[in-house]
Write a protein that binds this ligand. Structure first.
Ligand code: SF4
Length: 236
């Protein structure tokens, strides 16, 4: 299976009854500001080229962001911060991500970078359960296996993504230290090369959520600093 086939498969997944019900209910009820728009209302696949050297791992789609547009971090405040920072350091073609489809298509593309998430369906209050996280692990694991030949660095946005990623990396034949490294903003962890592939550098970054950016806990400059270091580690 290649990455395109994986993306087609993930959008059909219905393994988590609570999340299936929520993503579809949100797509019917809609937010007033988007009432005239179709909602995606399905699992959101990764976004970016199949030969990405840099990965960005978030948490899960936002109910009225990626669950509406069908593209990671597209159409919400978190995405505004992330794509602006990516553009500032040369990882995206533009600073805005509004919609990937039809007349609204923003034509955004990423440079050597793929954005993904450990949970592919929008969860109520942005909080997936441990069972839902574990259900969804198969998709992230499959995606990283396909990216493994080119992937050299990963930026993880937030502790949830960090903790979800560690077992996936270990199961995908990267050598993860024991005890597992803890998440923190600015944390950098080098995973050594193995018989199966190249080394990988992990970077921790606070999530680009409104809670972090509006409170000043995370500034655009802090995001850009992490992305710049990760870009260099990835050889981009
Ligand atoms: Fe499937 Fe993941 Fe969505 Fe659960 S969260 S239904 S495992 S795509």
């Amino acid at each position: 299976m290649d990455l395109e086939a994986l993306d087609r498969a993930v959008v059909s997944c219905r393994a988590c009854p609570r999340l299936v019900a929520w993503r579809e209910e949100v797509a019917v009820v809609k937010r007033a500001a988007f009432r005239d728009q179709p909602y995606w209302g399905r699992p959101v696949p990764g976004f970016g080229p199949a030969d990405a050297a840099l990965g960005i791992v978030g948490l899960a789609p936002a109910a009225h962001g990626a669950n509406r547009t069908g593209r990671m971090f597209t159409g919400d405040r978190s995405g505004e911060v992330l794509y602006a920072a990516m553009h500032a350091v040369g990882l995206s073609s533009q600073a805005e991500a509004t919609h990937p489809d039809g007349l609204r298509d923003d034509r955004l593309h990423l440079i050597g970078t793929r954005i993904t998430a450990p949970v592919r369906c929008a969860p109520p209050e942005n909080k997936p359960t441990p069972q839902e996280r574990d259900n969804c692990r198969q998709w992230l694991a499959a995606e990283l296996r396909l990216l493994r030949p080119t992937l050299r660095a990963v930026v993880v946005l937030g502790a949830f993504g960090w903790q979800a990623l560690m077992p996936v990396l270990a199961a995908s034949s990267w050598r993860v230290p024991v005890p597992r490294p803890k998440f923190g903003h600015g944390v950098r962890v080098e995973l050594p090369a193995t018989d199966d592939g190249s080394p990988l550098t992990l970077f921790g970054c606070y999530h680009v959520s409104q809670r972090n950016t509006m409170s000043g806990r995370l500034t655009p400059a802090m995001v850009e600093d992490v992305l710049r270091a990760a870009k260099e580690a990835a050889g981009l």
